[in-house]
Ligand binder design. Sequence first.
Ligand SMILES: [Zn+2]
Length: 201
Amino acid sequence: MDKENLCAYVSPENKPCGRSKLAESDDKCIFHQGAKGKSKSEFEEALRSLVQNQDGNWAGFFYPKGIELHKFNVDFDVDARWSEYFSVTFNKVNFQGKVDFRHSKFDNGATFTSSFWSNSRLDFSDCIFRGDTKFHALHYGETYFQNCCFQGRVYFSGDFKSQVSFSRSEFHEDADFRGGSAIIRIGGTENSNSQEVKKKH
Ligand SMILES: [Zn+2]
């Protein structure tokens, strides 16, 4: 393919995207084009074709505002570092390989619901979570949220069979952790919201 038709994105590790530009007037592909005005359905369709082709190079993606990724079955390793999300929901997304979300930004809340993960490594280290983060998942492998900044509330529940590390992470609001029947709470201040969360248990 002609070089001028290729996406201009190059990762911080100097890896070019290599996909086609979205349109002649754009300089990037659908994944790397800024999130503004991006179609959720077109993006989702494009992402499904990556899954079909087992293309795990998801680095530096801009996800459309409010996108819900529903019922994805990803059976290969994914490099999703340096990505930006705005109100994203992962719903029944089944990652079976390693997933690397490091250095990403989750703006205006992120929800991971009933996502089923394999026994391999899941890494959210060095991410910024702005807005409430809800993480309800079943994961058998090691999970890392190291050196993260959680600027909203954190609700963390589900079944984690291996270690989950939050070392060096900052919690600016309440964090409610539940693993199995245990509740572990870290940081934050007592407020009406945290009480409400506890009562639901
Ligand atoms: Zn690209």
